[in-house]
Design a protein around this ligand. Structure first.
Ligand SMILES: Nc1ncnc2c1ncn2[C@@H]1O[C@H](COP(=O)(O)OP(=O)(O)O)[C@@H](O)[C@H]1O
Ligand SMILES: [Mg+2]
Length: 411
């Protein structure tokens, strides 16, 4: 239990189980080496290499970015296993990839499902991987199926659109991470069985997050018996991991915080920087990109599920409703610096801002923002004053505890 240099790390106890800060301990001694935990006694090492998700989680806990959570630590070990399966089990077996197990992280909102999936995605030892919101994935498939049907091959009598659109996915992807898996409409319900049968047979690993247990998916849906084989297939292929702890971290994060700042002085910027640190748990933000309709939206700074934009980069640039939805799907908190007073001169930015707030509101995203003027003066000079009044009332609601407690609402 010595750290390099002989210092004893007080957080580490030996014996199976969890230390106070969430490290999984496997009944052996180990030390720290950089961010890796490396076994120095008998047994299998728990290092960034052999247990990448547990190691990443433990590192964030150690740095104070996350609270220790035993259920999350347990889920991380399952995800370590999935990562190992990708490394070890993907050799092509007689020309086909061997199926590997995935995971289905399920629980109420704010339990860290997306956070864990993102840690897993970053750590997964494969480049042919994709992380996408479930709705976007299904939209893409429907579009591809429609395009296939219109094309020459789609007119053939034996045309199989699902096989045709699944083939390129299997060829190009070893891992798919789907956020917010849910089945509410019959088109998706009827498509999923055949789709995943092919993806799993092709050896694609699935990691998904959801608020709904597999057995409850598409509950009370039309023709549900036809959907049941998909549930069975899903349960055989992936491990269902429940994240049902008592803590809603999402609600905790901005609780008691002033999420809006007013004015333009350095103290406003300072306050926003402090809020941002809190949103990211101190993790350094990095530029990111959100893919939308074949183009990339540049996100100046993002970390731990939060994104930070200057007002102009979001609303003074040709982005539309779909782009805002993509952004809302990619993050669970947004920070906007420098929302101006709306006047005659910036009506298109005002229109976009109205659209943006509607999208964030509908998705239940948390918002932190700085405004040049108090909210009731925001739209006074604008010809969109009426519409902006509704936006302001939404902004007011978005600071409330009730809003912060509400689940993400599907659109
Ligand atoms: N153990 C934790 N300690 C502190 N914050 C956490 C922890 N787990 C998750 N969070 C934060 O709580 C928020 C909600 O987590 P998220 O993964 O989006 O939840 P879910 O997908 O289950 O709704 C995110 O900002 C995330 O970074
Ligand atoms: Mg989530």
């Amino acid at each position: 239990m010595a750290r390099p240099g002989g210092r004893v790390d007080p957080r580490i106890k030996s014996g199976d189980g969890m230390t106070a800060d969430g490290f999984a301990v496997h009944n052996r001694d180990f030390c720290f080496r950089g961010n890796d935990r490396v076994a120095i006694g008998r047994g299998v090492p728990t290092s960034a290499k052999s247990a990448p998700v547990s190691a990443a989680l433990a590192d964030l806990v150690r740095r104070g970015a996350l609270s220790a959570d035993p259920l999350q630590a347990k889920a991380a070990t399952v995800l370590d296993g999935v990562a190992a399966g990708i490394t070890n089990g993907n050799g092509r077996l007689f020309g086909r990839r061997k199926p590997v197990r995935g995971a289905y992280l399920v629980g109420a909102v704010g339990r860290g499902k997306t956070m864990l999936m993102d840690r897993f995605f970053a750590a997964a030892p494969v480049t042919a991987k994709r992380r996408v919101h479930f709705d976007e994935f299904m939209d893409e498939l429907h579009q591809a199926i429609t395009a296939f049907r219109k094309g020459p091959r789609g007119k053939a009598e034996n045309a199989d659109p699902i096989a045709a659109v699944t083939r390129p996915i299997v060829e190009a992807t070893r891992l798919i991470c789907l956020d917010e898996f849910q089945v509410t409409d019959i088109t998706n319900a009827m498509l999923l069985g055949r789709l995943f049968e092919k993806l799993f047979a092709g050896g694609v690993t699935l990691v998904a997050t959801s608020n709904t247990l597999p057995d409850d998916l598409y509950r009370d849906g039309l023709n549900r018996p036809l959907f049941l084989p998909f549930i069975e297939e899903l349960k055989t292929q992936v491990e269902v991991v429940r994240l049902d702890g008592p803590t809603d971290y999402r609600r905790l994060k901005l609780e008691g915080e002033e999420v809006y700042r007013f004015g333009t002085g350095p103290e406003v910027r300072h306050g926003m920087d402090r809020l941002w640190l809190k949103l990211c748990g101190g993790v350094q933000g990095k530029p990111d990109t959100v893919h939308s309709l074949g183009r990339d939206i540049v996100v100046p700074e993002a970390a731990m599920g939060a994104a930070r934009f200057g007002f102009a980069a979001l609303c003074d640039t040709p982005l539309g409703a779909r782009d805002y939805l993509r952004i809302a799907h990619a993050y669970d908190a947004l920070m906007i610096d420098g929302v101006p007073a709306f006047t005659r001169g910036n009506a298109s930015a005002a229109k976009r801002f109205i659209l943006l707030v509607d999208t964030l509101y509908d998705r239940g995203l948390r918002l932190a923002a700085s405004f040049a003027v108090p909210l009731d003066e925001l739209g006074q000079e604008s010809r969109l004053a009426g519409e902006l009044q509704r936006t302001v009332s939404r902004l007011v609601e978005m600071q409330s505890t009730a809003y912060l407690e509400a689940a993400h609402k599907p659109l």
